[in-house]
Design a protein around this ligand. Structure first.
Ligand code: DCP
Ligand code: MG
Length: 449
């Protein structure tokens, strides 16, 4: 009944073995920079690398003001609070690149901005206009891939994996996107391209304004290594200070530390930063209106060899995922178990069902089965997670019968989301919040199968 698809990720230790071609750089038209050749690699043949873009508009608010009013093009422009001759309160929202030459930047007190450049053009924000341009930009980006995840008014992630036949190689795709945005809005965008979100976002910022920076698959780690730690998503001022006080300055400095050292310094947050510092980031590009998957994972406080504990955790995860799926009215056809072992080796095991599911029993049963079948050769487990993908609307799916699991016979025509027990649970959660899980209710029961 299952079409088993098995995929595994490459352990960190094998990620940088110099099997990739030489790094080179080349400047192309429109002021863009093409830093690394993006081509086929041995790894690409094994597992197709993703092509993730981060697009961020340059000096967004002030660029719109300069576009709409040619008289202020080329001049320092500041959008924000009223400066009132240097006595105004409030802050700078955006500063044009000409204004930045005076040291003016977003979030700076407007009075300070005024002192730095009294001759700048100070304008109040026109939020509606910016939102309208933002909508247009997101629509333009949507012409290149259906997978667009807007993350603020002027930036978005795109997953353009597999678009080469349509739009050409990454450098060409990037140039086309920038040209489409410029042609339709008159504004410039900076684009970063990589195999994951974190590196793409770092890349888009490297050659602003009007930049195009590409990191070749397999080069993620060395690409970000020379940059300061503060470039990593989530490395706030406090974290950077803490790390700098110990002599770590660059991303490469922390990437080469043993993971345990980072965890010793920053706890579990250390693991997050260590992964990003090593150029690893598995987060998918999520278009919320058409979400591609639901997933949840748990990292154990200490690596565990206790299979019963792992299964109990899978039970909890299945329960929470099932609740989310049912709340959103969707079902998934593919159930993936993710398991990370001590030493950081990560594996996934997927099964695609003949019918989509969203009930806890089905999700848990498949995840536990994968876990039991997985040979971890006595090694302890660091993390487990479950992902539901291949989603469809529960209403469509409920017309069909489940017929996959013994607990629902073929004559059971009730949609599984309406099973009595789960309805009761859902009602309790609505009253008491997310703290109620089936596993909480059944605590102490051996949940095996
Ligand atoms: N913004 C704001 N307040 C801030 C930061 C930003 O109101 N503290 C607004 C104004 C910016 C827009 O959001 O124009 C986009 O933010 P960015 O951080 O992308 O900054 P810019 O687009 O202005 O400049 P850059 O070229 O550095 O992206
Ligand atoms: Mg911007």
């Amino acid at each position: 009944m299952d079409r088993n698809a098995v995929a595994g990720t490459i352990p960190a230790s094998q990620k940088d073995e110099g099997i990739f071609p030489t790094v080179f750089s080349l400047t192309i038209g429109i002021g863009a920079i093409y830093m690394f050749r993006l081509g086929f690699s041995i790894r690409g043949a094994i597992r197709m690398p993703r092509l993730i873009l981060h697009v961020d508009m340059d000096a967004f608010y002030t660029s719109i003001e300069q576009h709409d009013n040619p008289a202020i093009r080329g001049r320092p422009v500041v959008v924000g609070a009223d400066p009132r001759g240097g006595l105004g309160r409030g802050v700078v929202s955006a500063a044009s690149y000409e204004a930045r030459a005076f040291g003016i930047h977003s979030a700076m007190p407007i009075s300070q901005a005024y002192r730095r450049c009294p001759g700048a053009v100070f304008l109040p924000p026109r939020s509606e206009r910016y939102a309208e341009v933002s909508d247009r930009i997101m629509r333009i980006l949507g012409g290149f891939t259906p997978l667009v995840e807007p993350i603020s008014i002027d930036e978005a992630y795109l997953d353009c994996t597999g678009t080469e036949n349509l739009f050409g190689k990454p450098a060409e795709l990037g140039a086309r996107i920038k040209e489409a945005v410029r042609g339709e809005t008159g504004l410039t965008a900076s684009v970063g391209m990589a195999t994951n979100k974190s590196v793409a976002k770092i890349a888009s910022d490297l050659q602003k304004p009007d930049g195009l920076v590409i990191c070749e698959p397999g080069r993620e780690r060395e690409f970000i290594a020379p940059l300061p730690i503060g470039r990593l998503w989530g490395a706030g001022k406090k974290t950077v200070k803490e790390l700098e006080s110990r002599g770590f300055r660059t991303i490469g400095d922390i990437a080469s530390l043993p993971l345990s050292r980072m965890e010793g310094l920053l706890g579990r947050w250390g693991e997050h930063l260590w992964l990003l510092a090593n150029g690893m980031d598995e987060r998918p590009v999520c278009d919320d209106s058409e979400r591609k998957s639901y997933s949840e994972e748990i990292t154990f406080d200490t690596d565990t060899g206790d299979a019963a504990l792992v299964e109990r955790v899978l039970f909890e995860i299945a329960d929470r995922l099932s609740y989310k799926l049912r709340s959103d009215g969707v079902k998934g056809r593919t159930i993936t178990l993710k398991i990370r072992l001590e030493g950081f080796e990560t594996h996934t095991r997927s099964a695609t069902m003949s019918e989509p599911v969203n009930d806890m029993a089905a999700i848990r049963k498949t995840a536990v089965r994968h876990f039991r079948e997985f040979d971890r050769a006595g090694r302890r487990v660091r993390l487990v997670g479950i992902r539901l993908s291949n989603l469809e609307d529960a209403a469509d799916a409920s017309e069909r019968q489940l017929g996959l699991f013994e607990e629902r016979g073929a004559d059971d025509s009730r949609p599984d989301s309406e099973s009595e027990a789960e309805r009761v649970l859902d009602r309790m959660r609505e009253r008491f919040g997310g703290k109620v899980t089936r596993a909480t209710l059944l605590k102490g029961l051996d949940d095996g199968e």
